[in-house]
Design a protein around this ligand. Sequence first.
Ligand code: GZL
Length: 340
Amino acid sequence: MKNVCAGIWILLIICLVCGCSSSGQPVRDETAYQERPQDNENQIVVGFSQVGSESDWRNANSESFRSVFTEENGYYLVFEDAQQKQENQLKAVRDFILQEVDYIVLDPIVETGWDSVLVEAKDAGIPVIIVDRQVKVEDDDLYTCWVGSDFRREGRLAGKWLEKYLESQGRGKDRIRMVTLQGTPGSSPQIGRTKGFASVMKRHKNWEMLEYQSGDFTQAKGQEVMEHFLKTYDGIDVVVSENDNMTFGAVEAIEEAGLTCGPDGDMIVLSFDAVRAALQAMEAGKINADFECNPLLGSMVSDIIHRLERKETVDKIQYVDEQYFDSDMDLSAIMDGRAY
Ligand code: GZL
């Protein structure tokens, strides 16, 4: 293993001298800075640039890395929370290069803007593994592989579920007025879920998408956007919300407006992620269906790194298994068996 002590100490001294911690700067996860081992030779040093901590999904995703990339498992994890700012991720990757980590793991907040920093990592001979969201780069050889969800499939599944549900309610030919709370603009889950659902919607002339607006995957923004939709449009039939935290905000706004949602409500709510709190909200009758996005990527990435350590090849694209849930299912049994 590359001895990263010198690089890290230089970086730490630079930080101390220039006082680089101010609001909006990358938030270092102090737990990642466990007592630095005298010698990293026996540890695989991994630099992980995480999007932020904007959602329940994100927290489960971060935990899946922290719980796998431990000293006991032979790793030294340098965890950087970018607070949903791409410039913080670019800085984090350059820090990792300075520290001469053995691997860089990047969850890119949006798909574009990564070419130059990935060229720098390649020139430094550091393999980059992309997780969760995807990058759009000129040369796909700039990263070793990608692990995550099929976001378009998630969107298609939501559209197909709605088709069946409306038919079952005798509303297959009704005029259906919809709104969509989108995720972070330009992120793979936003692009994929929007396009996937739209590929089903175009089969239905009676479905009308009144407006798309980004709630940036957060609960607060989701509530704000839903309040705007409720003020602007009468008779919304369906709310498509591209993650559970925006859904929690949307439900708040709907109920504060004196309306109801879910299987017995004024409007149908379709959500994405299927975190525990959302399944509990579904059990309480607030959400009709939730399309899972599996955050448990840590062990998959660790397996990839071990294969790379053994000089084995790895698949370029690796999807995680996912399903969906709706209010007709035995949700308490499902929740008992789930890690998040
Ligand atoms: C999807 C992930 C998204 C989740 C949101 O893989 O990137 O980001 O759907 C999270 O909850 O904020």
